[in-house]
Design a protein around this ligand. Structure first.
Ligand code: OGA
Ligand code: ZN
Length: 367
């Protein structure tokens, strides 16, 4: 529906789109976003806010598809597209550029788990798109028939992102080793956790690719930490409040080469109070440092959260066989593994940033 009426005072422009709603736009915001202020190439803004004078609106006229606004004191005109204005309605609920809310899940999705075919993802943009959207919304994705030559994990990263190097190098090895420094390199079970909580920023996506699995046990488990945080928020608001406000320390020390530390709450919230990230790792969390009266309540909250994260009803589980790979949002989905014995088991892992995932989805959406 096109524009039927516009009116303004010195500060505000009102646009009636003819569907009963009137959108309001601040004059300074309009002046800041005039199309002529953007570079032809990539649309980057060519000026800084401090070079923009205090704006007054001196005129506005329209047809059904555009509004032309006159700005004082510069005597400048800017032409705005109706569709663009509608998209940026300042009272609108969904700002462009934001992602849809996560799809929260628990153990009941176990029956519908599917591994995508690597070759199909590599050759069919439609299938890649759908798989990436699942990864974005559910926080994890599964792939099979990935070549099992060491290093092939990077082929999956290359489908949409960029490898993120860490102190472990490009890739890390998960297999039983003599004299291990990390539980990863034992046959022990590993409880639910997020990786590298001592990094700042923490790696956004984690990939784990199975090269060999001849062992008994060693099943992979995933848990939607965001769903668990929502349960905690409802069932134990005091614990939620404490775990989302009290910082704790994480550390990875490799004498002589690495001493990574981060101090953050286990539950990080965004400015709207929505859960934005979780760090949870009993291997690298440090002795708590908090006043005695907080300490007792913190341990209560920490235990409640830990129990919820390990609730079998909150998780899915599966065995990774050679050629199978999982990728998950390391700030949302916790992972763990059961103990194993007998034969060899070898996974390779790596990390990537999450923004490239969103970028690839937008690019594929636009095709
Ligand atoms: C780890 C880990 C998973 C596995 O070492 O941090 O999560 O399946 N390993 O061995
Ligand atoms: Zn891990």
């Amino acid at each position: 529906m096109g524009i039927v009426e516009v009116y303004h005072d010195q500060k505000w422009l009102n646009v009636n789109f003819g569907d009963g709603s009137v959108a309001r736009f601040l004059g300074s915001w309009l002046r800041d976003n005039i199309p002529a202020g953007r570079h032809r190439g990539g649309g980057q803004r060519t000026f800084d806010i401090n070079s923009m004078p205090e704006v007054t609106l001196t005129g506005a006229c329209h047809d059904s598809e555009t509004v032309t606004v006159s700005f004082g004191p510069e005597g400048l005109d800017g032409e705005f597209d109706a569709a663009w204005l509608r998209q940026h309605d300042l009272a609108g609920s969904m700002a462009s550029g934001t992602s849809p809310p996560p799809t929260l899940w628990a153990s009941d999705i176990q029956g519908s788990l599917e591994f995508a075919d690597y070759e199909a993802l590599a050759t069919d943009p439609g299938q890649l798109h759908d798989w990436l959207v699942h990864l974005r919304d559910y926080g994890f994705g599964l792939v099979e028939k990935v070549p099992t030559a060491p290093g092939s994990i990077t082929k999956v990263v290359d489908l949409f992102g960029y490898l993120r190097q860490t102190n472990y190098g490009d890739l890390f090895e998960v297999r039983d080793e003599p004299d291990p420094a990390n539980l990863a390199n034992t046959r022990l079970g590993i409880g639910m956790h997020t990786d590298n909580p001592y990094r700042d920023p923490v790696p956004g996506l984690q990939f784990l690719h199975c090269l060999v699995n001849e062992s008994d046990g060693g099943d992979s488990q995933l848990c939607d930490g965001f769903a668990v945080v929502e349960r905690l928020r409802v069932e134990d608001p005091a614990a939620f409040e404490l775990l989302s406000s009290q910082a704790v320390n994480f550390r990875f020390l490799d004498e002589g080469s690495t001493d990574l530390q981060a101090s953050v709450p286990l539950i990080q919230l965004d400015t709207n109070g929505r859960v934005a990230g979780i760090r949870y790792n009993s291997r690298s969390i440090q002795a708590f440092e908090m006043p005695p009266d907080v300490m007792a309540e913190y341990y209560r909250a920490y235990r409640v959260f830990g129990e919820m994260l390990h609730d079998p009803l909150a998780r899915i589980g599966f065995r990774l066989d050679p050629g199978q790979l999982m990728v998950f949002d390391n700030q949302r989905v916790l992972h763990g593994r059961s103990a194993y014995e007998h034969g060899e088991r070898h996974l390779q892992g790596c990390y990537a940033d999450k923004d490239a995932l969103h970028s690839r989805i937008r690019v594929l959406d636009a095709v």
